[in-house]
Design a protein around this ligand. Structure first.
Ligand SMILES: C/C(=C\CNc1ncnc2c1ncn2[C@@H]1O[C@H](COP(=O)(O)O)[C@@H](O)[C@H]1O)CO
Length: 264
């Protein structure tokens, strides 16, 4: 029975005489609530649902946004729940295909896939494309978790399991939840955001330790020295924290580090 069904209240009817003793007339059932007489609404719930609306302001309000965020979590969890072991590869969206780091990220994707581990990237160009390419060509699972950006961008052509997110924080949850390790290639703010998100969650024990390999000693050493020097000396991190990441130029070693968190 639908929640807006109107039916006579048979408990009030005298079946012998056939005379209805429902002094207030029909009973309107709204879930567990009954309404009679003047309390019966002129519009039904279904009627309201199906009515066309003049204003679409609600589309841009927080309660509706919360529903969209929920939907994004549901779709993400649904798409990735059965992925199996995976490693995230982060790095610049701007790395040209001719750059040695593009080649290195491709190699990383291939080596990760060869270990039967899925590769997860942001699904964009540059390092992301290279890692997806290496994984897909090697016959592996090549995941792209894209982000809706003002200038429309497709997921790169080497993604074989992809989803595009509207919200950065939902997408970042997916990276953290579904990867057991990460390889970080040279990159800009996006890459640094992904690296520090991971390190912060590990440092604060929100997630268990995730091995992180940084590829490119020349690129990362300055940051690492500043962290282990100034940041540590000022007492803003603990002694342990710098060991959460390892820097290398050797892609095979980076893959070893990243997959070391996967129980076999
Ligand atoms: C800037 C350009 C394209 C952006 N396209 C992106 N698509 C998917 N994911 C992206 C994109 N840009 C950034 N990201 C995420 O951040 C990391 C790279 O950011 P960076 O600032 O380039 O370091 C990356 O790992 C993604 O997850 C024009 O080509």
């Amino acid at each position: 029975m639908s929640d807006d069904d109107i039916r006579p209240d048979s408990s009030q009817a005298d079946s012998a005489s056939g005379v209805s003793h429902a002094p207030l007339g029909n009973t309107y059932h709204k879930g567990p609530v009954i309404l009679r007489g003047q309390m019966i609404p002129s519009e039904t719930t279904t009627g309201k649902l199906l009515a066309s609306e003049e204003s679409t302001d609600w589309l841009h309000m927080d309660p509706w946004r919360v529903m969209r965020i929920q939907a994004e979590f549901v779709d993400g969890f649904g798409a990735l729940a059965e992925l199996g072991p995976a490693v995230s590869v982060f790095g610049s969206a701007r790395t040209p295909r001719t750059d040695p780091m593009y080649k290195a990220a491709r190699q990383a994707g291939r080596l990760i896939a060869a270990r039967d581990v899925a590769v997860i990237t942001g699904g964009g160009p540059g390092i992301m494309e290279a890692a997806n390419r290496g994984a897909a060509v090697a016959g592996g699972t090549s995941v792209g978790l894209g982000i809706e950006l003002p200038h429309e961008q497709e997921l790169n052509a080497w993604v074989n399991l992809g989803m595009t997110f509207r919200y950065f924080f939902v997408r970042k949850t997916m990276f953290v939840k579904y990867s057991s390790g990460a390889i970080v290639f040279p990159g800009g703010f996006g890459t640094l955001d992904e690296l520090f998100e991971l390190l912060t969650l590990v440092q604060t024990h929100k997630v268990k330790r995730v091995p992180v390999a940084l590829v490119g000693t020349q690129y990362w050493q300055g940051l690492f020295d500043w962290i282990t020097g100034t940041v540590l000396e000022e007492g803003n991190i603990s002694q342990l924290d710098p060991s959460l990441m390892q820097i290398t130029d050797d892609v095979e070693q980076a893959v070893d580090v990243a997959v070391s968190g996967i129980a076999r």
